[in-house]
Design a protein. Structure first.
Length: 106
């Protein structure tokens, strides 16, 4: 268990730096996440992940999962949840947000 937690922490620690090297997920990839990645129970609304729009590129954003500021790029993923848009610094963050969006939506 401790090894898994350390691995997850180490894996997420480099999120911001990895963003530029990652390819964006397609909408089909986002919609076809495995059951282990998808929320077992949606608290009150579904957090649907999408690509940032051209109008959002260049905007300063805050990743609710990693709690860091970054600039939205064309590969940034976002979620419109309960009337607010949340942006994610890397591909590892959206699945975490989807597990329990209310934990991160503040």
């Amino acid at each position: 268990m401790a090894v898994l937690v350390v691995g997850v922490v180490i894996g997420l620690a480099g999120c911001k730096k990895q963003q530029e090297a990652q390819q964006p997920m397609s909408q089909n990839e986002m919609n076809e996440m495995s059951p282990a990645q998808a929320p077992a129970e949606v608290p009150s609304a579904k957090a649907v992940i999408r690509q940032a729009t051209p109008d959002e590129v260049g905007k300063q954003a805050f990743c609710p999962v990693m709690k860091e500021n970054f600039k939205v790029s064309k590969i940034t993923q976002a979620s419109d949840y309960k009337g607010k848009t949340y942006y994610f610094c890397c591909n590892a963050c959206p699945p975490e947000f989807q597990k329990n969006p209310d934990k991160y939506a503040k």
